[in-house]
Design a protein around this ligand. Sequence first.
Ligand SMILES: [Zn+2]
Length: 72
Amino acid sequence: MRLTLTELAVLAVCVPMIFVLVVTIISRTSRVRAETRALSRRVICRLCLHAFEADERGLVECPRCGARNERK
Ligand SMILES: [Zn+2]
């Protein structure tokens, strides 16, 4: 199979565009997942309203005031 010059030019333009599109979609998807994961770990203290992240569930201690907060 031989390519014409027009087909080669179209390929030379389309293939990098598709590559950039795929990389952009993957990058945004991973960033949204990371933000969602961080938001699910976030706890806002019921006393001082300090926002912090906690991995464990149940009662977590606020690093600023020491109050115990329930993480759902
Ligand atoms: Zn607090």
